[in-house]
Design a binder for this molecule. Structure first.
Ligand code: NAD
Length: 289
């Protein structure tokens, strides 16, 4: 175990990400104490039963009292309400961070609620599964994965260095990134691919009704991977698209243009177009592996 990075960490929201953080923090001895709060009584009961956090609190105010780090681990659309709820109870000099999948909207919705003297350092661990809830977490989720920190203007470098040390203790590689750049990159690498998976599974499901389940029965690797991705939490992903609207619309627009070009090539029998396109994308894969 390493030296604790924080005396008391409060985890707000006890789902996949927060529970994985707790098990990793515990593994590394990275905090003196970890408190936890979730909105639903059922989640708090489960957390107490499985020992998720050292102290499960019945209010967010109680959980953040005296904490030197507060982690907002709720869906992006719930961040503002949670920030408003905890703001009056934050300790002076505390750091507030989040793990939301979109960064510009979190900065705009959480930042204004936080009092003077509190450090706000948004973050996003690039790790997850299609599972959700307090029992879905595990200590190794963040090992050798990226965690992106998005310090806002005027952020204290020492507070950022401390949060970086926590994520490194959790097992991640940390990089700093501007919020808008983050949102565009994630629209390409994560958000739009999820939308494509949701769409493909929806199309197959419509077809499946027609052909009596055949599509699912004979689904091989490619489609099976789509069904896994499309099983991700609906609340979380609804919020991602509502809050990363501009970047996902930009990438979807480009995607749709390319798809129409390929559709036209198929219709007109333009084998050269298809071959050249697939040759280019194959070379990209070979360049990154
Ligand atoms: P989850 O559904 O497993 O957990 C969310 C938790 O927040 C639950 O405990 C839920 O009860 C609680 N919650 C919801 N609304 C609340 C509210 N208004 N007040 C208090 N608690 C509330 O979700 P997760 O996968 O842990 O995602 C949490 C955050 O992490 C999201 O912002 C998501 O965008 C981000 N994230 C998710 C992944 C992933 O792959 N799942 C990866 C990186 C980041």
């Amino acid at each position: 175990a390493q030296a604790p990075v924080y005396n008391r960490i409060a985890l707000i929201g006890l789902g996949l990400i927060a529970s994985s953080m707790f098990w990793a923090i515990q593994r590394g001895g990275l905090a003196g104490e970890v408190t936890g709060y979730a909105r639903s009584q059922a989640t708090r009961d489960t957390a107490r039963r499985i020992g998720l956090t050292d102290r499960v609190c019945d209010t967010a105010a109680e959980a953040v009292a005296g904490a030197d780090l507060v982690v907002l681990a709720v869906p992006v659309g719930a961040m503002a309400a949670v920030a408003a709820e905890i703001a009056p109870h934050l300790a002076k000099g505390a750091t507030v961070t989040d793990v939301g999948s979109v960064k510009r909207s979190v900065i705009e919705s959480v930042g204004p609620h936080l009092p003077e003297g509190v450090h706000f350092i948004p973050g996003h661990p690039l790790a997850g599964t299609e599972h959700s809830g307090p029992e879905s977490g595990f200590a190794t989720l963040f090992d050798n994965r990226w965690c992106l920190l998005v310090p806002v203007e005027g952020t204290d470098p020492q507070a950022t260095a401390r949060l970086r040390a926590l994520w490194e203790g959790i097992g991640s590689n940390v990089e700093e990134m501007d919020a808008d750049h983050h949102d565009l990159v994630l629209a390409v690498t994560s958000h739009t691919p999820h939308l494509i998976a949701y769409t493909m599974v929806g199309v197959a499901d419509d077809l499946g009704r027609v052909t009596d389940g055949e599509v699912i029965k004979y689904s091989a690797a490619g489609f099976r991977d789509f069904t896994r991705i499309a099983a991700s939490d609906p609340t979380m992903w609804r919020d991602v698209f509502l809050t990363n609207k501009d970047a996902t619309l930009e990438i979807l627009g480009r995607f749709t243009e390319e798809l129409f070009a390929l559709q036209r090539a198929i219709r007109t029998g333009d084998g050269d177009h298809l071959f050249d396109y697939f040759t280019r994308t194959r070379a990209i894969r070979r360049g990154i592996i």
